[in-house]
Design a protein around this ligand. Structure first.
Ligand SMILES: [Zn+2]
Length: 132
């Protein structure tokens, strides 16, 4: 998926802002490219798990529709582990297999690591993120 440096920066900023809790949000776009990063609240308010706050999810999906975007990604941060889906993340993705999952690790806050994955039927596949 194509991603701009600015959008990547918005995810990293959100991760640092919500630390030590995980942050989360949605990414709108289309045709293999991300267009907008939408910050959401983590309903779990936890350093170990996330769930996109239901009312945020609802309002973001409305804004995406108005902008003519599709849901292309769901992002969250890892504050104490690498940018790779946990078993919790894999389980959570079961109900939502279409979007890509972006994980921003800020284990080293000076070197944030953002990676993308397709998670389908319990299988994790790394997806190239082209940051331009
Ligand atoms: Zn996770």
């Amino acid at each position: 998926m194509r991603f701009s440096q600015e959008l990547r920066g918005q995810i990293v900023a959100h991760a640092l802002e919500d630390a030590p809790n995980e942050c989360c949000g949605l990414v709108g776009g289309g045709a293999g490219a991300a267009a907008t990063v939408y910050h959401a609240r983590n309903a779990e308010e936890s350093p170990l798990r996330y769930s996109v706050h239901p009312s945020d999810q609802f309002s973001i999906m409305e804004r995406m529709e108005e902008a003519g975007e599709e849901l292309v990604g769901i992002y969250h941060s890892h504050t104490v582990s690498a940018a790779y889906p946990s078993q919790t993340d894999i389980n959570l993705a079961e109900g939502w297999p279409e979007p890509l999952y972006l994980i921003c690790s800020i284990v080293d806050p000076d070197e944030p690591d953002v990676r993308a994955f397709a998670i389908r039927d319990g299988t994790v596949e790394a997806v190239a993120l082209t940051v331009e």
